[in-house]
Design a protein around this ligand. Sequence first.
Ligand SMILES: Cc1ncc(COP(=O)(O)O)c(C=O)c1O
Length: 380
Amino acid sequence: MYEDYKNILSELKSHSHFRVLKHFADKDEKFIYYKGKKLLNLSSNNYLNFADNVQITGEFLDYAGKKYSLGSASSRLLTGTLPVYDELETLLADLYGKEAALLYNSGYHANVGISSALNKKGDVVFSDKLNHASIIDGMQLSQGKFFRYPHNDMEALENLLIRERENYNNAFIITESVFSMDGDIADLEKIVELKKKYNCGLIIDEAHAFGVFGEKGLGVAEETGLIDDIDLIVGTFGKAVGSMGAFAVGSGVLIDFLINKSRSFIFSTALPPINIAFSKWIIETKFPKTLKNRRRMLEIAKNMGGKSHIIPVIVGENKDTVDLCEVLFHNGYFTLPIRPPTVPAGTSRIRLSLTCEIEEEELRILKEKICESTLVKQAE
Ligand SMILES: Cc1ncc(COP(=O)(O)O)c(C=O)c1O
């Protein structure tokens, strides 16, 4: 009976799309230990180096002691809402100056729950083509209609709004702020202008920007002064915070609606209290001290041609990309090839993600090897 599954796996293998788990020996806040080598980790979302950090973990445990349990044993709507959840939600709502906040178990839960709940029958979502899989999955689960506009193409978005907006009841525009694979940044000013002109709600996923952009680390919305114009801002704790989970901040009505209708929120056990306490502790005590380092990281990224701390090195063909990763591995860098279907065919790439503690000098050989590889390709 499993013949068809085997055939699909063979097909994946024949196109080099078969995914396997890598078994690392260890990892710390900056390096990863793999196949007997210590490698500078350029493939994690640990932007502020708080995850896998023995000092940070020790400091937190000294503060937290045995106060917080390791399991919630219940969804939030049953017996899962202890004070620490309320405290983190209040902290986030206050930081953003919004009426309310809601915690989710992950960014995936948040996006699936939000896009599927808000987009009711008769409603519509306009979504950037490169938005994360969790947004797409949420839209597919929804009762409403959705359109995907070409990546960051504001003219195409406006044309779509002109053609389609009046055919629907509620309408939302959804975009990431810093795009996860390309590291480029959505034109939030223009999107806010369009959302106002065409009477839409606006949802921004700041997964890769939360903790990195903005004076307080609240994201691109803060950096651009547009927080008040955005109806729902989503952030995650699994990246810069070095924890796990996610949040949405917005009006009381939207958050109440999500509590009542967002199935990924309702039907899942809440994260462990200790995890919520850790996210809160990082945001409260560590975020305010990171501004200088974050700015420095973004400066290094800019020097490498990046628009954010995520820098795509487009190689083109799958094999060339894998070969370049191998060269970098032998020179002390951990990078991963990103291939179709994650990115469009012919744009296979290495996605470099920087973290705050990386020194520019540590990237010198990496830059040389990338340059050499590109030159070899151009000469061919
Ligand atoms: C833009 C974006 N949104 C949401 C998520 C999902 O977040 P989480 O890993 O917390 O499920 C990701 C994760 O990679 C992401 O890149």
